[in-house]
Ligand binder design. Structure first.
Ligand SMILES: Cc1ncc(COP(=O)(O)O)c(C=O)c1O
Length: 390
């Protein structure tokens, strides 16, 4: 079956954060929304059908996680990443951010130190500080337009750290971390008893020819000392369903985390989550292949267009997912002026790079998970603003 990703779908009035949330942030809703990380492409029909089917039954009572739900996750991670997962390794969490917050509370105490590598998905820092833990940063190094981990600094800063939050694939840079860096992290963390929380929410959107390597698959040390966070929410565009899960191989860590969740019934989930996850992972391969190939086309379009018409805006080609990190430093603008260029002049809503850490100054994050025609319009608007600025 050929899926149509070109269809423009109006999401206004559905309380979509990306569309109806613009008024709150920018005081206007006439911008092209290229910010919040979900896609303006239809959620696959087999997921919508599973939800409709559930609604055909007139009672929405307490609901268990079906065997089908567990099998679908287990089969998916085995087929895609070679992971051997048993049912008892899994826990439902209502979202990755919520789940990381829960893990912070399960594994650390107020005042404990937690490390991240900025620029990185901004809620990591909030989760640490709002839960009254101490934020320690080990910034990524940017060389020749590519991010690398600063392993020297990581080694130096690791003493006294309780948790490290890894973002793999990396948001906002789109990096799929390689075995060497992951292995080094695994060794350093295991030697210093630092638990690794690996946020792998964008993994299923890894773009060929790159291949995703889950942190837990790097080595025995990594497997034994980590919590993996996954979800079909990004790849299958179902983030509103709050359906994510953790994989924990180590029995001790698993028991601690499960005990924390169960104490507040935080892993109970809801009746729409389970059939949707099952439908996504049981039927999703073909749809996802086509979607990835469409996104790849969008990425090529934006990168080629910028190169030809706006050479001072330098995109970082993502190895996964639909977020493009734009290096705008050559424009020589302050962050305020940069935002004005995108919002006031180009009428586009992107994420301000600075929200990912001070290392994001001079950058903007663009979400290209939308029909191509929307991007064509967005690029024309940006080019006009760029020309005025030049
Ligand atoms: C790296 C990363 N983690 C987590 C999330 C959010 O996940 P959730 O909605 O499940 O909390 C996002 C969404 O953009 C993300 O990019």
């Amino acid at each position: 079956m050929e899926y149509n990703f070109d269809k423009v779908i109006d999401r206004s009035g559905t309380d979509a954060e990306k569309w109806d949330g613009m008024m709150e942030i920018w005081g206007r809703n006439d911008l092209i929304p290229l910010w919040v990380a979900d896609m303006d492409l239809a959620t696959p029909p087999f997921i919508l059908d599973a939800l409709k089917k559930r609604c055909e039954h007139p009672i929405l009572g307490y609901t268990r996680k079906s065997d089908g739900y567990y099998h679908a996750i287990i089969n998916w991670v085995k087929a895609r990443y070679g992971m051997d997962v048993k049912k008892e390794y899994l826990n439902y969490v209502p979202g990755i951010v919520a789940g990381i917050g829960m893990a912070i509370n399960a594994f650390t105490n107020p005042g404990d130190k937690i490390m991240i590598m900025p620029p990185v998905y901004h809620p990591f820092a909030w989760l640490i500080t709002r839960n009254h833990r101490r934020l320690v940063e080990c910034p990524l190094q940017l060389t020749d337009g590519h991010y690398r981990m600063n392993l020297e600094l990581f080694r130096r800063k690791i003493k006294g750290i309780r948790l490290f939050i890894l973002c793999n694939p990396h948001n906002p840079g789109g990096v799929v971390w390689g075995r060497e860096e992951l292995e080094a992290i695994a060794n350093i963390c295991a030697d210093d008893n630092v638990i690794v929380l690996s946020d792998e929410i964008h993994a299923d959107l890894t773009l060929p020819p790159y291949r995703f390597l889950p942190f837990a698959m790097v080595s025995e040390k990594a497997r034994n000392n980590s919590v993996t966070f996954m979800s079909p929410s990004k790849a299958f565009n179902m983030a509103g369903l709050a359906a994510s899960h953790t994989i924990i191989y180590n029995k001790g860590l698993r028991e601690r985390f499960s005990a924390y969740l169960e104490a507040g019934e935080l892993n109970m989930g809801h009746l729409f989550a389970f059939p949707a996850v099952e439908a996504a992972y049981s039927n999703g391969t073909e749809w996802l292949d086509q979607c990835i190939s469409y996104l790849q086309g969008n990425i090529d379009y934006v990168i080629d267009y910028l190169k030809e018409h706006m050479p001072l805006i330098k995109p970082m080609r993502p190895m996964a997912s639909y977020l493009i990190w734009l290096d705008c430093r050559a424009l020589g603008l302050s962050q305020k002026e940069l935002n004005e260029l995108f919002v006031e002049k180009a009428h586009l809503a992107l994420n301000d790079g600075e929200m990912f850490g001070k290392e994001g100054q001079g950058f903007m994050r663009m979400n290209i998970g939308c029909p191509r025609s929307v991007l064509v319009k967005a690029m024309q608007q940006l080019e006009e603003a760029y020309r005025m600025f030049r």
